[in-house]
Design a protein around this ligand. Sequence first.
Ligand code: DQA
Length: 148
Amino acid sequence: MKILILHGVNLNMFGQRDPKHYGTETLEGITSELTRLANELSIAIDSFQTNHEGEMCERIHSAHTDSTQAIVINAGAWTHYSYAIRDALSVLTIPIIEVHMSNVHAREEFRHHSVLSSVVKGQICGFGTQSYLLGLRAAHHAVKHAPA
Ligand code: DQA
């Protein structure tokens, strides 16, 4: 099983950025926890982070042809306004799980709305690094139990 993990704008700054909301774990630390879980579940993961919206769209486009079976995405602030990323995701027919480290619904009002929510299978937020691990489990389950 092949699952793509996408990290959007500013998420390379985890570990240094706003520890009250994001804790102190770095993106590398999150990736190694995901790799450990992926090995346990026999998943091959590919992780990608960018601060450039067009690059993120292009990585999503390539998921059409590289046999990606599901996506776990934390789009960062793009979650709240990027119709470009929403449209790129909407073309895919594979399960997409939206994750956030913080509980976006308990924060500023602009974070309450996700323009991605109508094209994803579900959203997991508020559990720090666990949001990613739960997201990977949800993606794995969705692929395993997809209707034939
Ligand atoms: C975030 C929440 C977003 O509102 C914010 O812009 C981020 C991180 C999270 O993981 O909690 O960059 O996606």
